[in-house]
Design a protein around this ligand. Structure first.
Ligand code: HEM
Ligand code: NFK
Length: 273
């Protein structure tokens, strides 16, 4: 038997090939590929060539949003339980996903406005505005805004429940305040938090883990801002100043969201350093 004939070894007296031990799990069954690859259904008829790209990009975004929520939730919980190294580790993973999400815009921008125009009229009133996981990430990060839940059209009960839960539970910022408290700082007023941040920044060898956490939170905030900026420029390239399919003014609405920051006190701190 040569080593490259595909036989991994013998099991119960029978030659077993790579990936066939027991003959149960396969690549496709493990990853549910039959289901996954059957979820790209075009609205255009006859099919517009670029609509598959448009659907694929959005589905990939939602898969990564799911992963980001998984990591941010665990990072928040790690801060609450005092495992600061784990909270930092998971946030660093989130950063790399967020960079990938912004870079994905390059792929969508290979679509021209004319080609988008072939199926755009079919999409209304659907819009990215209705992405529940996107809003969950904002809420969990610290930007809770119940008015988004009221403005959502066509939410399922399950989605309403998920957003409601995110509005109730502690945010990453709430968890960071618990970290500051455990480090001996008061956090009752905004001024006391500002004071705590200045002390942490001024004695990094003593507060190393807390300072690093503040930095990875700020990085998460910066990467979210970078996505918003990239998205609005892509929108201007695709539809100019047309109103959005979701019913907003379009680029004007998106520009009004560019100043959103999850952790304004971490940004203000810079001015005092
Ligand atoms: C051709 C590409 C795209 C165009 C022209 C576009 C356009 C728009 C417009 C006009 C809005 C404002 C809401 C409305 O429709 O009235 C919006 C919101 C949004 N879009 Fe897109 N979009 C594009 C691609 C994407 C992609 C790939 C994603 C990734 C998930 C995305 C996610 C979002 C989100 C999350 C919002 C809500 C933003 C907020 O409320 O701050 N969009 N988009
Ligand atoms: N709002 C976009 C359409 C769009 O991009 C879209 C439509 C349906 C589902 C997701 C979308 N992506 C982001 O808004 C537009 O006005 O052209």
């Amino acid at each position: 038997m040569s080593s490259d004939d595909g036989v991994a070894g013998r099991w119960d007296g029978v030659d077993v090939h790579f990936g066939e031990a027991g003959g149960r799990l396969t690549y496709g069954s493990y990853l549910r590929l039959a289901e996954l690859l059957d979820q790209q259904r075009l609205e255009s008829d006859p099919p517009a060539h670029d609509e598959l790209l448009f659907i694929t990009i959005h589905q990939v975004y939602e898969l990564w949003f799911k992963q980001v929520l998984h990591e941010l939730t665990a990072s928040r919980d790690a801060m609450l339980s005092g495992e600061l190294w784990l909270a930092e580790h998971l946030l660093r993973r989130v950063h790399t996903i967020e960079r990938t999400l912004t870079q994905q815009v390059d792929i969508l921008e290979t679509m021209t406005p004319q080609d988008f125009g072939e199926f755009r009229h079919r999409l209304s009133p659907a819009s990215g505005f209705q992405s529940v996981q996107f809003r969950e990430i904002e809420f969990l990060s610290g930007a809770k805004d119940p008015s988004f839940v009221r403005r959502f059209r066509g939410l399922t009960e399950v989605e309403k429940e998920r957003l409601g839960r995110r509005l109730e539970e502690p945010t990453l910022w709430d968890a960071f305040l618990v970290v500051l408290e455990k480090a001996g700082f008061g956090t009752d007023t905004e001024d006391s938090i500002r004071d705590a941040l200045r002390k942490v920044a001024g004695d990094r060898s003593h507060y190393a883990a807390v300072w690093e956490l503040a930095e990875v939170l700020l990085q998460h905030d910066e990467l979210a801002a970078a996505w918003r900026a990239r998205h609005v420029v892509m929108v201007e390239r695709m539809i100019g100043t047309k109103p959005g399919t979701g019913g907003s003014s379009g680029a004007g609405y998106l520009r009004s969201r560019l100043d959103l920051r999850y952790y304004p006190l971490l940004w203000d701190l810079r001015t005092t350093l």
